[in-house]
Design a protein around this ligand. Structure first.
Ligand SMILES: [Zn+2]
Ligand SMILES: [Zn+2]
Length: 139
């Protein structure tokens, strides 16, 4: 079954054509700022496993540096600002789909919570159920 997603205004639509590797929930300050919320959701997929159905030529990018100093390429809808992808400047590197942009999010199943040292104190996480890291895990 294919999984589709897109931005808030509907300009950008995509389809996941492969199986995601893993979903992690990131509580770092960057993800809080980017999402204007409590945490970010990153669904790790092979870059060849996302196909744009609509609006690929409209996507805008903005480059920043991650906690590790590496280049982070942020891909978003220029009309409504929805962040779709976090990647790098290497087109073959695994990317993160911002999982809240999926049309159906009911199947999402986090594998880990990271950067818990900056998590909102009221975000309750079952530490027996999820792999938890105070910072970025080594792997
Ligand atoms: Zn949009
Ligand atoms: Zn983060």
């Amino acid at each position: 079954m294919s999984k589709t997603g897109g931005c808030q205004c509907g300009s950008i639509k995509y389809e996941l054509t492969g199986t995601p590797k893993m979903l992690y929930i990131c509580h770092c300050k960057d993800c809080q700022k980017q999402s204007s919320s409590a945490f970010g959701m990153s669904l790790r997929v092979d870059p060849h496993d996302i196909a744009f159905i609509q609006g690929e030529d409209r996507l805008k990018t903005w480059d920043t540096r991650g906690e590790d100093g590496g280049l982070k390429r942020c891909v978003f809808c220029p009309d409504c600002g929805t962040r779709i992808i976090h990647g790098s400047d290497n087109p073959d590197e695994v990317i993160s789909i911002k999982a809240g942009s999926l049309d159906d999010t009911s199947w999402l199943d986090p594998g880990a919570h990271i950067w818990l040292r900056s998590a909102q104190p009221w975000v309750a996480i079952d530490r027996d159920q999820y792999r938890c890291f105070d910072r970025e895990p080594e792997d």
